[in-house]
Write a protein that binds this ligand. Structure first.
Ligand SMILES: [Fe+2]
Length: 313
């Protein structure tokens, strides 16, 4: 059976996917509502297609010389937009950026023509040892100075802006001199990179560190947001843990609604990595995202809100 969602094929003009919604201020196509590509769903997607509009593939899973994963991605890519999402770039680390990793990623880009390529704003290695965790960074001018040439090196090698995701965190650094959202805005201004805004991670970190999640969203440069992530987490009472093994909670849906109202339509993806349920359950979360986004108020900028508030009696 043919895939059930054939409308989001690439336009055939190189790397530019067809836009679902044109937004004069946005740098990225709104791909609609997607899900993370997971091995347990391969067979069903290949056989029956998917209600999802697009897929996000973990880059490292496809950095192999051949075999089933590459074949599956090739077949899915024929019918759906795909983005590549990495977990081991370690852009914030002190190890040199691995040229072999960049070459492998570049080869994937040339083969699959992803709408964009993302990784995480974190560090994941030390002394060439992969730590297999997305570790938080201090928000300092010194880190900005460290990141600017590293991001330039990545963007030069990949010949496109890198899209960086905010990670959830469970500690902060005493020597941070700015907030995370101030750091993100400064990073975008200095490097031209783009952002993957994980709304669940904002909610988790806001709870863990006691900041206002809406204030974070307000400060994000809207035109640089390529994508949104949604996922489930675990509530341990004293802290929230970003587990990706459950349904999205109501508070995150509400923050997502607020984010879409603030940013306008943004390609949105549901992540589910542990206790992965049947494909239709993950698809259902993506369809809920579609409904929530459709119900969000029209885009309202901070300046427009200020003007409206000033005019109010
Ligand atoms: Fe995420």
């Amino acid at each position: 059976m043919a895939p059930s969602h054939p409308t989001d094929r690439f336009a055939g003009d190189g790397l530019r996917p067809r836009r679902r919604h044109d937004s004069p201020s946005r740098r990225h196509a709104d791909l609609g509502f997607g899900i993370g590509l997971r091995t347990g769903h391969y067979a069903e997607i290949l056989a029956h297609g998917s209600r999802a509009d697009w897929f996000e593939a973990i880059s490292e899973n496809f950095m192999v010389p051949g075999g089933r994963p590459l074949d599956v991605l090739q077949r899915i890519r024929a019918d759906f937009p795909v983005v590549l999402h990495g977990v081991s770039l370690s852009i914030g680390g002190s190890d040199p950026i691995d040229p072999q990793y960049l070459a492998a990623l570049r080869a994937l880009i040339e083969r699959f023509e992803p709408a964009w390529v993302s990784d995480h704003l974190c560090w994941t290695s030390a002394d060439a040892h992969q730590l297999h965790d997305l570790l938080p960074l201090p928000w300092t001018e010194e880190l900005l100075d460290h990141l600017v040439p590293r991001i330039a090196r990545v963007q030069d090698a990949l010949r496109r802006p890198i899209v960086l995701e905010n990670v959830s965190s469970y500690l902060t650094y005493a020597h941070s001199t700015m907030t995370e959202w101030e750091f993100l805005a400064a990073l975008v201004a200095r490097t031209g990179c783009d952002l993957l805004l994980d709304v669940n991670n904002v909610h988790v970190s806001a709870f863990n560190h006691g900041f206002d999640a809406r204030r974070y969203v307000d400060a994000i440069p809207a035109e640089h947001v390529a994508q949104i992530h949604l996922a489930g987490h675990a509530d341990h009472g004293t802290h929230l843990l970003d587990t990706h093994d459950a349904a999205i909670v109501d508070a995150v849906w509400e923050l997502y609604r607020y984010t879409i109202a603030r940013l306008g339509p943004v390609a949105t993806l549901v992540e589910w990595d542990g206790e992965v349920p049947p494909l239709e359950v993950v698809e259902q979360e993506a369809m809920r995202a579609r409904a929530v986004a459709a119900g969000a108020p029209k885009e309202c900028t901070a300046a427009e809100r200020d003007a409206r508030d000033a005019a109010a009696p």
